[in-house]
Write a protein that binds this ligand. Structure first.
Ligand SMILES: [Fe+2]
Length: 230
């Protein structure tokens, strides 16, 4: 069996719950972030499907930001900080034992991932899941200087998309490139329910290329993965 055609879709439900195991299952705001950043290979595509969003719910708009755009501007405005954040690894972690299935993952990698041509091919940004730096002492201060500047660029970006999802809406985005978040909300006895799932970027790229070769024009698919413009 060809593994590239196996796509396992595990769904997760994003709605407020008592004793939540994840901040996503509360009603508080979520700042812009990458999902599952503490994994060696976070999921490439994320799908969020709005199943219910009652009229009485206040707030809860989804937010998105193309971080590729932000870091390209950042490369021009702060070249030294860009270089620091593409070489010094942050520590991403999730260690949570007080739950049904204990979780313990730690992984070091830079916020900005470059290829051999110094092009940005991936980004890692998830402040709530950043742990203590495990780097040379001389690197610590300049890392945090650069980090603070990129955090400001993200927070103050005028390219943040704010969108109030409606029932039936489905947002699909590249988790290695696009940050997502949400505004705080009040349920007012209503329900806000999004259902999500992940698809590995390689599964998706493989499927698109095979279909292009078999029933399309045989050209490499454009804008499918993070290196598709090479
Ligand atoms: Fe998320």
């Amino acid at each position: 069996m060809d593994l590239c055609f196996i796509v396992i879709l595990l769904t997760f439900d994003v709605k407020s719950a008592p004793n939540p195991v994840n901040i996503a299952y509360t009603s508080v705001a979520l700042s812009l972030h990458t999902d599952l950043v503490y994994m060696e290979s976070p999921p490439g595509l994320q799908l969020l499907h709005c199943l219910r969003f009652d009229d009485c719910v206040e707030g809860g708009e989804s937010t998105y930001l193309d971080l590729f755009h932000v870091v390209e501007e950042f490369r021009k405005s702060h070249p030294r900080y860009f270089q620091i954040l593409s070489t010094i690894p942050a520590t991403f972690h999730k260690c949570h034992y007080d739950r049904e299935n204990p979780y313990h993952l730690v992984y070091q990698k830079p916020h900005i991932i470059l290829n051999h041509r110094k092009q940005v091919v991936g980004l890692n940004w998830a402040p709530p899941f950043e742990g203590p730096l495990l780097v040379e002492e001389d690197d610590v201060l300049m890392y945090y200087e650069a980090y603070e500047e990129l955090a400001k660029a993200i927070k103050n970006s005028d390219k943040i998309l704010t969108y109030g999802m409606k029932v039936g809406d489905l947002m699909i985005f590249n988790n290695h490139r696009v940050l997502h978040g949400r505004n705080e909300f009040k349920l007012n006895d209503g329900i806000r329910h999004l259902q999500g799932c992940y698809i590995g970027i390689d599964d998706f790229k493989c499927k698109v290329q095979v279909l292009s070769n078999q029933v399309g024009d045989g050209q490499p698919p454009k804008h499918v993965g993070n290196q598709s413009w090479l």
